[in-house]
Design a protein around this ligand. Structure first.
Ligand code: FAD
Length: 394
């Protein structure tokens, strides 16, 4: 295996996971991050078996088990009566079928675990306050330029710099995001403020006209994560930190089940955030001879399958394997891209399709749609059963 110097732009969940995979594979890795300090927002994230294989291979299983919650099931309910429409088991069943668990984590805890691992593997790996502006690629290597006038050089550059990726913009032009018509409210509520046993320890999805709500527990059940999707023409920027009035949240869920009312009534009225959701067509080419992309920079997705970060983690593992397969950078990046495009495009398309499924406008339509499909069996068949460490590469 040829040892390379690899530059990763972006220390998000995808960049850090890739850094760990690439160091483990024997490469010399540096990560550049525009932020002045490391961190993630206070919200939940779900990580299914297909990414857990990678985390466990990095030795992070005990950390993930310590900071995460394993939900008993995925439960779909009607928005007003709360009636259960479908349930598929997670917990032991997900692990038995797919070989690794399904875990719900606080994003900040997860980011910290990945960052600590990357620093343990290579001290000082993340350089903060480094906002990349452009890159120059030639036959001998690639140079990444930063806003502070400095630069870094290596054999390969990976753009792990998210939805507004400068690496993607230089490689493929602007991404032209299209507003989906949906926004996502995010709340995190201490469970000791809620009535005991308000919701069982499952992943709950309440589906209603023009919206759905996803609730699950974090930090050993001490926090309840609430993501409320609503259809709205009131479009704002894509941001985790944009606050909106609590009264608007309350109005968006008028008539919904008492559990939803209780959660909203208990929320800190000054901590209601809303993210406008945009869609981007998946790229059909995201590599040059020495530069490639991973995560949201190349296949940003709607969150309706909970697979954005999961895909980014899969990317890192496949990239490490692809680099092992050829001493030629361009060929290795081509192997990586070839083995990722179809799967990631399918996930992006299926997430978009789930918007329709979760927002059907009548109870009869919801019942009919779920009568026709077994969501759990579907997902186990093609989504969760993928193992990036062993899937044959073509
Ligand atoms: C409401 C919602 C719920 C979600 N739930 C889930 C879920 O349950 N499971 C799941 O798998 N996914 C989920 N996702 C998707 C997931 O959050 C993203 O797919 C994931 O965070 C992408 O990781 P990334 O590393 O590619 O990008 P990011 O996390 O965006 O990281 C990019 C990093 O690059 C840095 N950066 C950007 N530009 C520059 C630059 N010019 N120079 C240097 N650094 C730069 C940024 O500061 C950042 O640190 C959800 C998304 C939303 C909106």
């Amino acid at each position: 295996m040829k040892k390379r110097k690899i530059l990763i732009n972006g220390a998000g969940l995808g960049g850090l996971a890739a850094a760990c995979c690439l160091i483990k594979a024997g490469h010399d890795v540096e990560v550049y991050e525009q932020a002045a300090q490391m961190g993630e927002v206070g919200a939940g994230i779900q990580i299914s078996a297909n990414a857990q294989h990678v985390l466990r291979d990095l030795g992070l299983g005990p950390d993930i088990d310590r900071i995460g919650v394993r939900p008993g099931a995925y439960v779909f309910r009607l928005h007003d009566s709360g009636e259960e429409i479908q349930r598929f088991p997670l917990a032991e069943e997900h692990e038995r079928i797919n070989g690794a668990p399904y875990t719900q984590l606080h994003r900040a805890d997860f980011h910290e675990v990945l960052a600590r691992k990357a620093h343990e593997m290579r001290a000082g790996i993340v350089r903060l306050n480094k906002r990349a502006t452009s890159y120059v690629e030639n036959t001998d290597g690639v140079v990444l330029h930063f806003a502070d006038g400095t630069s870094a050089s290596g054999d390969i550059l990976i753009g792990a710099d998210g939805i507004r990726s400068v690496v993607r913009a230089q490689m493929s032009g602007a991404s032209n995001p299209v507003y989906t018509g949906d926004a996502a409210w995010r709340l995190v509520i201490p469970t000791d403020k809620l009535p005991p046993n308000l919701l069982e320890h499952v992943m709950s999805v309440f589906m209603g006209p023009g919206g759905h709500v996803v609730c699950y527990y974090l930090r050993a059940g001490k926090l309840l994560n609430f993501v409320g999707l609503v259809e709205t023409d009131d479009v704002a920027e894509e941001s985790w930190t944009l606050k909106r009035p609590w009264e608007q949240l309350k109005a968006n869920y008028a008539g919904w089940h008492p559990i939803i009312q209780t959660i909203i009534d208990t929320a800190d009225k000054d901590q209601c955030f809303r993210w406008s959701l945009f869609n981007r067509d998946p790229l059909m080419n995201w590599s040059t001879k020495r530069v490639t992309l991973l995560g949201d920079s190349c296949h940003a997705t709607l969150p309706y399958l909970a697979q954005g970060a999961v895909m980014a983690i899969e990317d890192g593992a496949i990239l490490a394997r692809a680099l092992d397969m050829s001493d030629d950078e361009a060929e290795a990046l081509d192997i990586y891209q070839r083995n990722r495009i179809e799967r990631t495009a399918r996930i992006v398309r299926q997430s978009t399709a789930n918007r329709t499924l979760f927002h059907l406008h009548s109870e009869a339509e919801i019942r009919a749609a779920f009568a026709k499909r077994d969501e759990g069996a579907e997902r186990n068949k093609w989504l969760y059963s993928y193992n990036p460490l062993t899937v044959p590469l073509v």
